[in-house]
Design a protein around this ligand. Structure first.
Ligand SMILES: Cc1ncc(C[n+]2csc(CCOP(=O)(O)OP(=O)(O)O)c2C)c(N)n1
Ligand code: SF4
Ligand SMILES: [Mg+2]
Length: 283
């Protein structure tokens, strides 16, 4: 299946030059590849929140669910638990996932539920015109902080690593080939995966030049090594001026939440038989 077959009739309303286009193109290519490799597209569900990022599901011809701001993760988890053959991919903004929805993200990582979260981390509230988010750098001047925010940003990948995430990657909207690689790896990963995309908002926080000067791809990095992953994740803290590593920081195998959940929730056959006999005798 080709990218064009995954398009929809919806008119695209992102600003020209928005980094969301790179995410859209990368995910469409990856879904096409996975489909060609045997994944039926009816077994894929896309979930989004509220924000510029959220419109992505309007532009991809695959089943999707618009949740509410801050609730992409629990909606994705519920869909996955409702039908565990589904590949569920959540698209959330940094305001959505790292602000209002942060507790959901922490617990999804902790329980290692098999969903993929793609974070459109433009480091602003794009849709509501440029207020600061948990990843805006200190001093960021926007609508709600005309004198510059006084707070330090969080490092979301460090938080996710500490919470138990089993796959963590980072790309930028200027590097579509790497985005494709990361999205594919994350979707195929068994367990909770998150890709933080430094997605540039050209209108409210244009960081193209800043990132282009600082990013580099991880080489000779062992993603199975927690300490190495932590060191690389800490190299840049979303605030100070430093080189910015891109690629797969961490990846490890671990039982998923679903494996334990379904064992407990679905009674073993002998109990089912007892239930059947009780029900029959009560008719
Ligand atoms: C429950 C709830 N809280 C707040 C809002 C207001 N709101 C809508 S979009 C948005 C910010 C979106 O920012 P982000 O998630 O970073 O997405 P972006 O627009 O940058 O892609 C906010 C605060 C809302 N619609 N619903
Ligand atoms: S406001 Fe920013 S994030 Fe939203 S569409 Fe425009 S450039 Fe993209
Ligand atoms: Mg944002």
């Amino acid at each position: 299946m080709e990218q064009k077959d995954l398009g929809t009739y919806a008119q695209n309303t992102w600003c020209p030059g928005c980094g969301n286009f790179a995410i859209l193109n990368a995910i469409k290519t990856v879904l096409g590849e996975l489909n060609a490799e045997g994944l039926p597209l009816e077994n894929v569900v896309l979930v989004s929140g509220i924000g510029c990022h959220a419109k992505i599901v309007d532009y991809i011809n695959v089943n999707s669910f618009y949740s509410i701001h801050g609730r992409v993760t629990p909606a994705a988890e519920a869909i996955r638990l409702g039908d565990p053959k589904m590949k569920v991919i959540g698209f959330a903004g940094d305001g959505d996932a790292y602000g209002e929805g942060i507790e959901h993200l922490i617990f999804a990582a902790k329980r290692n539920i098999d969903i993929t979260m793609v974070i459109h981390n433009n480091r602003v509230y794009g849709l509501t015109t440029g207020q600061y988010t948990p990843t805006s750098p200190q001093g960021y001047r926007g609508r709600s902080t005309p004198e510059g925010t006084k707070e330090l940003p969080i490092n979301p990948l460090e938080l996710m690593l500490a919470s138990g995430a089993t796959y963590l990657g980072r790309g930028t909207s200027h590097g579509i080939e790497l985005l494709k690689k990361l999205f594919k790896e994350a979707i195929l990963h068994k367990g909770f995966s998150l890709v933080d995309v430094l997605q540039v908002c050209v209108t409210y926080f244009n960081m193209y030049e800043y990132y282009d000067k600082r990013v580099y791809e991880l080489k000779d990095h062992n993603p199975l090594d927690y300490q190495q992953a932590l060191n690389k994740i800490r190299e840049w803290d979303y605030n100070r001026d430093a080189r910015i590593a891109l690629g797969t920081f961490y990846k490890r195998g671990s039982p998923t939440f679903e494996e334990g959940f379904f064992k407990q929730a679905v009674p073993p056959p002998e109990r089912m038989e007892k239930i059947r006999l009780i029900l029959e005798s009560s008719i």
